[in-house]
Design a protein. Structure first.
Length: 102
């Protein structure tokens, strides 16, 4: 069984007991959250597709910890002018574990 759910502005394909990293959520570590924007739910050959979301479907998750991700380098260059610029940042992420798909 899996579902496609929108979490923090991005869509993820999730299964029960799966751990994923998402953009930083505002809830505390150790709390449970429920995501109601479920686009698709599949169990075996039975697939339910929402338009745009399924009514009554939800995904429950547990927030494990808040972390900073790996450094992302952003490089800009304009050819033949000698212009080069490199910036980098570390995104703020939240690790969650999917508890149940309803």
């Amino acid at each position: 069984m899996y579902a496609i759910v929108e979490i923090a502005g991005q869509q993820f394909k999730v299964r029960k007991d799966q751990k994923i990293f998402v953009n930083r959520l505002h809830q505390e570590e150790g709390t449970d959250v429920t995501f109601d924007t479920v686009m698709l739910k599949a169990e075996g050959n039975n697939v339910e597709v929402g338009a745009p979301k399924l009514a009554g479907a939800s995904v429950e998750a547990h927030i494990i910890k808040h972390i900073k991700g790996d450094k992302v380098l952003v490089f800009h260059k304009k050819r033949r002018t000698g212009y080069q610029k490199m910036n980098g940042f570390r995104p703020f992420l939240t690790q969650i574990q999917i508890k149940d798909i309803k």
